[in-house]
Design a protein around this ligand. Structure first.
Ligand SMILES: [Fe+2]
Ligand SMILES: [Fe+2]
Length: 369
């Protein structure tokens, strides 16, 4: 967790130079190793349903499997330009005066290319995050002590395999991939290096998946590309269960935790939030477009639309942290930090402990079901 300490000690969390100094230096690597040393826990208590909410989630998951290979219309021809145009809007440049900036001489062609790159970048990061989820849920099967949670995590590992598969397949159709963003990669490493099982849950189920659920929802709502829309619909129906799994499991653990122990969790949640915010600056896209990332980011940050978009990513995380008691534990450290990040206003939005029913696929919605 050495990287976290650096972050907490960073004087100015909004310093673009400090953010940009972190980049993926190993873009050609095929594998990435993370060392961790955690206890694998057997339980001899096989009494199913001791935690009825987890059991219900498990039963639900067993009947909600879809097949990434056969349930999506992969033959669909993707209209790359309309996909890119929508993505382009999220930068908010249309609201800004671009005279005197690096974009002054840009025409439609360049902005379109930016949208294409940004779309491929976003989907690539989703794919890498999904692999993180696959690995974390495999870990949870091993180190959570409750049989109901082990059962549920096993279904989630299958879900995540499917998610990695469909994002990879979609990116193959776009013929454009990006390596993992350094901020996301560091967050995944931090989660996996930690030997405490509740931190695996907090990092993955609450923070990474909470953000993913909000980001998928936004993209699902915006996109008119039928294959991506369908893909995101299926993935979201699973993700809502995954975030519920985190909330339902951790509530019990954090209820009985001391303020000192909770403070460590508050710090972890905040660090994860900052890393995820920083990953959305898309520095690799600017590099590929030949634009100084700092200039582009500074300009994009001025757009009220962009600022709103970035905050929307926290609509699931903040209420879930509140439900877990993390916002106000001790001296409300996390509340103050979320205030600084400008995302505290979501604290009373719906938490995702029960919301998964709303996202569930209807009968007949999956082609082969
Ligand atoms: Fe997933
Ligand atoms: Fe997930």
């Amino acid at each position: 967790m050495s990287t976290n300490k650096e972050l907490i000690g960073r004087d100015e969390v909004n310093d673009l130079d400090a953010i940009l100094a972190i980049s993926n230096k190993d873009v050609d690597a095929v594998v990435h190793e993370v060392r961790s040393n955690y206890d694998t826990i057997f339980t001899w208590d096989y009494d199913k349903g001791q935690r009825p909410k987890l059991n219900r989630l498990y039963e639900k998951a067993k009947n909600s499997m879809w097949n990434g290979e056969t349930d999506l219309p992969w033959e669909t021809e993707i209209d790359v330009e309309s996909l890119a145009a929508l993505q382009m809007q999220s930068f908010g440049f249309q609201q800004l005066e671009l005279g005197g900036t690096v974009f002054e001489k840009w025409g439609e062609k360049e902005f379109l290319q930016l949208g294409i790159e940004s779309q491929a970048w976003a989907l690539s990061q989703f794919m890498h995050g999904e692999q993180g989820a696959l690995i974390c849920t495999a870990r949870i099967i091993e180190n959570v002590p409750w049989i109901d949670a082990k059962y549920y995590a096993a279904t989630q590992a299958m879900d995540e395999a499917r998610h990695v598969e469909v994002f990879a397949k979609y990116l193959d159709k776009l013929e454009n991939h990006y390596p993992v963003n350094a901020h996301l990669g560091m967050l995944l490493d931090d989660i996996i290096e930690d030997d405490r099982w509740d931190i695996t849950y907090l990092g993955m189920q609450i923070m990474v998946e909470g953000l993913a659920l909000a980001a998928f929802g936004f993209m699902h709502q915006m996109t008119t590309e039928p294959l991506l829309k369908q893909l995101l619909r299926y993935v979201m129906s699973d993700e809502a269960r995954h975030v519920a799994f985190g909330v339902l499991s951790l509530q019990e653990v954090y209820e009985n935790m001391s303020a000192g122990e909770l403070r460590i969790r508050q710090e972890f949640a905040y660090e994860a939030a900052v890393r995820m915010r920083d990953r959305f600056l898309q520095q690799e896209v600017w590099d590929r477009m030949g634009v100084d990332p700092k200039e582009a980011m500074a300009l994009s940050q001025q757009s009220p639309y962009r600022a709103e978009f970035q905050k929307m990513l926290f609509t699931k995380i903040v209420p879930n942290c509140k439900k877990l008691g993390l916002l106000d534990a001790g001296d409300a450290w996390l509340r103050h930090k979320f205030e600084e990040l400008g995302v505290i206003q979501f604290e009373n939005w719906a938490d995702t402990g029960e919301e998964y029913e709303m996202f569930a696929l209807a009968d007949g919605e999956v082609q082969s079901a």
